[in-house]
Design a protein around this ligand. Sequence first.
Ligand code: FBP
Length: 562
Amino acid sequence: MTTPFMEQRALYKPRYPEALDTISSLSTESFGNCTSDVSEDQQKQLKGLFPKTYGQPVIKIGHSKTTTATKDAKPLKVAVILSGGQAPGGHNVICGLYEAMQQVSPDSQLIGFKGGSSGILKDDYLVVDKDTADHFRNTGGFNMLGSGRAKIESAEQFATCAKVLERHNVDGLVVIGGDDSNTNAALLAEYFKAKNSKVKVIGVPKTIDGDLKNKYVEASFGFDTAVRLYSELISNISRDAQSAKKYYHFIRLMGRAASHITLEAALQTHPNIVLISEEVELEKKGLFDVVEDIVQVIVQRNKVDKNYGIILVPEGLIEFIPEIKALFDELNDILATNSTYLATLHSFTSKNEYINHKLSKDGSYTFSSLPTDIQRQLLMDRDPHGNVQVSRIETEKLLIELVESRLRELKSEGVYTGDFAHQSHFLGYEGRCAAPTNFDADYAYSLGLTAGALLHLGVTGYMSVVKNLTKSRDQWQAVGVPLTTMMNIEQRNGQKKPVIKKSLVSLSGAPFAKLKEKRENWILNDDYRFSGAIQYFGPPEVCDQLPKSLRLESDDTQSVDC
Ligand code: FBP
């Protein structure tokens, strides 16, 4: 069922770097040495784990003087998966990839496995052809193929994956995913190279969380659209708060461990309070310190007759509060090492008792001091990559409960005279499948073209990267970056594992500096900024905006209006 919006949006032609117009005659140049930021010891371990793919150069894709045109290039057969959480722009990556392959040869064939990597294991796929690409171009969602969080992990799964991909006779696999999915892509690339298989593996940086970025990757696609949508909703809630003057709105925002989404949304909307998990951790603030900070603002605002406000809370906050972080570390180990026994305990009370008995004295104290609902949420299964599912922990409600109880104390002491009424919100899923902004539509499409170019150039174990994102599209630069260069060794599910390093908010970076400069002014003055809805049609000033944090990281910070 189509709508006027869908019909018009389908006509949008994503913009991309000029060099990607003639993929069949591309060449690569080494783009300087590839340097890793991890310790020498970790680099040595990574080299041992990835003997075939570690240490490859970063490559720039373009037309050099030595370019050799390969007019009658061999058709490509490629498989693609969408992996992990939905992010606006996923379909455009597939359209870009499909169109890159068509440039190489009209006989190229793209197949998409359904439901993430489990689709490969089940050999469940569909053929992506021109009609499919035309139907899904510029649309949000991952519904063309579906997605999944399963991981290809055991020797048997690697072998099945190889069997399926080799039976389809594919030249390459493109994994569109976040840090964990791209880690899986690196492992697959190494596996295929070690067995001299022709299957090459390329990753594409996807996630609304914005935590898949580093010195080579400026942004992940999907972040811009999701934050813009959350910012519109926060702006609307701010207007409601300012009109009704009766509620404090505690708004938890998705983003997993990293607070990038919350930071960007704050720069776009100017809430009264914004919590940044990375700062809470650095300042070693306990749960009660965080609550006290909020309470102090509420007391101050009450003195000027403002008993309403907007508080932004990153969903990963709870993992950064020192006593809870320590509790998580203990819980993760207990849950991983006792999973078989725990599966036999069916009631929450019996699980709770067993775990409490295994926890250290401090761990048990922290755990017992939390409300039962939160305890229950902390014990929920980790995802297949060993991550705590923070989207399911209602931190905003925990904060409300503790703030309310502290304000009651202050009221009885006569320090606070207001009435604390509150609303809680969780903004997450509503942003993940929106139609991509122009920026995400163009960026994702360019990443797809780049992935196709990398496969045509015959490399493996690379991430498709587009650089110079704050410049005009003709200055965007397509690059291939070795996946192993982004890795470090971390503790996952009780074991040391190579994983792509998550990027957290840098407290010495320009976006956080801008927030610090501005946020004092937002506490008492209601400086709410109305960011408006995502605009798809109209003047470039509104349609072609970039994330403020991306601009602050790349451009002159004074030129960024926040
Ligand atoms: P990715 O890391 O896979 O991109 O997922 C992003 C995300 O939306 C997080 O912000 C959130 O914590 C998580 O997915 C929720 O996962 P699920 O979709 O499994 O509930």
